[in-house]
Write a protein that binds this ligand. Structure first.
Ligand SMILES: Cc1cc2nc3c(=O)[nH]c(=O)nc-3n(C[C@H](O)[C@H](O)[C@H](O)COP(=O)(O)OP(=O)(O)OC[C@H]3O[C@@H](n4cnc5c(N)ncnc54)[C@H](O)[C@@H]3O)c2cc1C
Ligand code: SF4
Ligand code: SF4
Length: 428
């Protein structure tokens, strides 16, 4: 067989549907996914078809494959210019490139579906470095409720009306954060705590293309921000500087922080079918978050609080580790203090309080090791981590250290946390 005749399954991302959420890039074990300000793309040289990125993708845009002669594989540079996916090559095109008909007939694309691609998977080589994402579950807890996903896509968003927008941290802080309530009226938009939506900001980007949608975690419980209403809430930080501290004007976060009651938003989703809470009695929930990562934790806590009020549900332990730079910047600080101590065990950490040593959520977790160990051992305990990407590794490493110091086998425990849907990571 000549070099030209080698046929590969090229893994591609559909730029029309992708909401640029970064999930795939963060889970790919071999660094095959990259992005620029326009597109997320897969490097055919690096992708080993392991499929790790497919289940977590909220939109399904990652599940695209093309039979390509290896020498004709689409380059990263080419993919970064796409507005939509190219059509699959025809059999005649493939043959014209020296691929024989036997190879074409055997191609997974011809025999169909993800199963075929998964069977061609190559396992990632063992890594010496600690890889936190290797322990994140892609399945929900066994007692999670059924989540509806992708009811509205980027090509057909639904509309919601803004019914509230107010600040949830102190004025004058750099990390100004808003609580925004939106109502779907009579349009179906069923959600669960831990799911997210995406908002399509109005206007066009520097290339004159419509802005892509940005994803936001739902901060309210399943029966509405106001119980019994078809509404939900979001916790949005106004982005005024990028991750390197350079001044920017984040497109969607600024739009959302400035919306007025009565404005109409374009919404897609809901997204997410694994970062969901357990629903069985006595199940414990450990929530670890920073900043707006508190949004899903607020939804879960509020749902448990409403259940507790009915007197008909026996919840387990709720434990919250919540970090911010200062108390003034921490969203929902006041309301959290009002929750009864026998309902939720709250641990705040602040990393930039003047005159105080820096404290991060993982420091508080280590201090509370004696309480975390029984929870790690208990199959009815579920762990949720949400916030900026930079926190993830430190938090999972803290769980690792707490477990190991208590004589638990982390590799076994970490694998069961993943397989049993007990450790959920959502960082961005
Ligand atoms: C699964 C998921 C859930 C999310 N949930 C929330 C949520 O509940 N609340 C929330 O506020 N955001 C959330 N985000 C982030 C959100 O989707 C947007 O990325 C964020 O609001 C910035 O969008 P923008 O349009 O304002 O900024 P852009 O115009 O897209 O970006 C402007 C610049 O700011 C940088 N930047 C982007 N986000 C941040 C950030 N958070 N901090 C510092 N710099 C940043 C970008 O790299 C870019 O350089 C979530 C993201 C994901 C993937
Ligand atoms: S299939 Fe595996 S190697 Fe390829 S991009 Fe997805 S996670 Fe990375
Ligand atoms: S929508 Fe899917 S393909 Fe796009 S960045 Fe998110 S995970 Fe990746």
């Amino acid at each position: 067989m000549t070099t030209e005749a080698v046929l590969i399954q090229q893994h591609l991302i559909d730029p029309e549907i992708c909401i640029r959420c970064n999930t795939c890039e963060s889970v790919c074990p071999v660094g095959a996914i990259t992005h620029d300000s326009r597109n997320y793309v897969v490097d055919a040289e690096k992708c080993n078809l392991c499929m790790a990125c497919v289940p977590p993708c909220p939109t399904g845009s990652i599940d695209n494959w093309r039979s390509m002669p290896k020498v004709k594989a689409y380059s990263i540079e080419e993919q970064l210019t796409w507005d939509d996916l190219p059509a699959p090559l025809s059999e005649a095109d493939l043959q014209a490139n020296g691929v024989n008909s036997e190879a074409i007939a055997q191609a997974p694309e011809a025999s169909g579906g993800s199963e075929a691609k998964a069977s061609a998977a190559v396992s990632a080589s063992g890594e010496a470095v600690f890889n936190s994402s290797a322990y994140g579950a892609t399945l929900p807890p066994w007692s999670a409720a059924h989540a509806y996903t992708n009811l509205y896509g980027p090509k057909k968003p639904t509309q919601a009306t803004v019914v509230g927008n107010f600040k949830v941290n102190e004025a004058g802080t750099t990390n100004e954060t808003h609580h925004i309530v939106i109502d779907f009226g009579s349009m179906p938009f069923p959600v669960l705590e831990g799911q997210s939506v995406a908002i399509v900001p109005p206007g066009v980007d520097a290339l004159g293309k419509p802005h892509h949608a940005r994803q936001y975690s739902i901060a309210s419980p399943r029966n509405g921000e106001r119980a019994g209403y078809n509404n939900l809430s979001l916790t949005v930080k106004r982005v005024t500087e990028d991750h390197d501290g350079k001044p920017v004007q984040g497109v969607c976060s600024n739009y959302l922080c400035d919306v007025k009651v009565g404005d109409t938003l374009q919404v897609i989703g809901p997204f997410g079918s694994s970062f969901l809470m357990p629903n069985h009695p006595k199940s414990n929930i450990v929530m670890i978050c920073t900043g707006t990562g508190s949004a899903p934790m607020r939804g879960m806590t509020e749902w448990r609080r409403r259940l507790r009020q009915t007197g008909k549900f026996e919840g387990g332990k709720l434990m919250l580790f919540f970090g911010a730079r200062t108390q003034e910047e921490l969203p929902y600080f006041g309301p959290l203090l009002k929750l009864p101590k026998d309902f939720i065990d709250i641990n705040f950490t602040f990393s930039r309080t003047p005159g105080q040593p820096k404290r991060y959520v993982q420091d508080a977790m280590r201090e509370r090791a004696a309480d975390l160990v029984p929870l790690l051992k208990d199959p009815h305990s579920f762990f949720y981590v949400c916030g900026l990407k930079s926190m993830e590794e430190g938090v999972v490493l803290a769980l690792h250290d707490v477990a190991t110091q208590a004589g638990l086998n982390w590799e076994q425990l970490g694998q069961s946390l993943k397989q049993e849907g007990r450790l959920h990571l959502e960082t961005y």
